[in-house]
Design a protein around this ligand. Structure first.
Ligand code: NAP
Length: 284
């Protein structure tokens, strides 16, 4: 019997836990405010920014949204972020990606103070993750760890295969699985005999960015399959990197798209915002 891993329900559970925790932290005089910066008015980015504002309101933390014009220069954005770094009323800073092509995303990510880097993309956050130091975790991979743990799926000692090595999903995913004592293999576009490798996986995590790429012949019978991909198919329906209909009957547990990994990213962003409160001094 295949277990359907319900990301909607688990993300709601996490947000409710955070809401309770925020109430208690408020009593101790601890507060948080997330600054979300959007450059230009890409409709998809506007939806993400709105969802983040809504999630902040739900768990009871402040948010400030800044919409900067498309023609904002890199230098202007750098000084805007530096100003937010200095602003003591702002605890977390998120610059919505992608940025217009005339702005170097890496430069902007590096400008955000590591103490306010709630996306977990700054090299300092990435370094802390790899050496096992406390720090902000990249939200999508951290959400996947929560999906596994809260669905009763043990990671320790398991063969974990991550397909994809992006800085925002594949690489931090590998680091987190390693931290949970999984045995980790990372595959990518130059990997030879991909099927042989994915078929070894007890836990297969797919972040390739290719519609329904993973079919049943890539999956070991009884594996756990986590699908990070997010696409619109020819009928305008959402689908993942995994061919769900083909693969699901062969798995012990699988995430659907939508309603699997997607809702977890915001829940873990909220967790990072609350983390900025946990570490604050208690105020009378
Ligand atoms: P990305 O930056 O495009 O990276 C894709 C990775 O897949 C690369 O490492 C690439 O290898 C590898 N790859 C491509 N074709 C392959 C193949 N045929 N065989 C094996 N590996 C292959 O993508 P991403 O940002 O990680 O995102 C992946 C997917 O997740 C996308 O669909 C994205 O929309 C989705 N996503 C969802 C969430 C969420 O919250 N649900 C968050 C982030 C991303 P090379 O490195 O060799 O090029």
């Amino acid at each position: 019997m295949t277990q359907l891993i319900d990301g909607k329900q688990i993300s709601k559970q996490i947000k409710d836990e955070l809401r309770d925790e925020v109430q208690q932290l408020n009593v101790q005089g601890k507060n948080a405010c997330l600054a979300v910066v959007q450059v230009g008015n890409d409709p998809a980015s506007s939806v993400y920014v709105n969802n983040k504002k809504k999630a902040c309101a739900y768990i009871g933390i402040g948010s400030k949204a800044y919409e900067l014009p498309e023609k904002t220069t890199e230098a202007e954005l750098v000084s805007f972020v530096e100003e937010l770094n200095r602003d003591e009323t702002v605890n977390g800073i998120l610059v919505q990606l992608p940025l217009p092509s005339h702005i170097d995303e890496d430069k902007i990510i590096r400008t955000i103070s590591p103490d306010k880097d709630v996306d977990g993309f700054h090299p300092v956050s990435v370094g802390r993750l790899w050496i096992g130091e406390k720090g902000f975790l990249s939200c999508t991979p951290a959400g996947i760890i929560q999906l596994l743990k809260r669905s009763g799926i043990e990671i320790e000692g398991k063969e974990c295969v991550v397909v994809g090595r992006s800085n925002i999903v594949g690489k931090p995913m590998a680091a987190l699985l390693l931290r949970e004592n999984g045995t980790v293999t990372v595959a990518h576009s130059r990997t030879k005999n991909l099927k042989e490798i994915t078929k070894r996986a007890d836990i297969l995590i797919v972040a390739i960015g290719k519609k329904r790429f993973i079919t049943a012949d890539y999956v070991k019978e009884g594996a756990v399959v986590i699908d990070v991909g997010m696409h619109r198919d020819e009928n305008n329906h959402l689908c993942g990197d995994v061919d769900f209909e083909d693969v699901a009957p062969h798995t012990s547990a699988i995430t659907p798209v939508p309603g699997g990994v997607g809702p977890m990213t915001i829940a873990m962003l909220m967790n990072n915002c609350v983390e900025t409160m946990r570490t604050q001094e208690e105020r009378p």
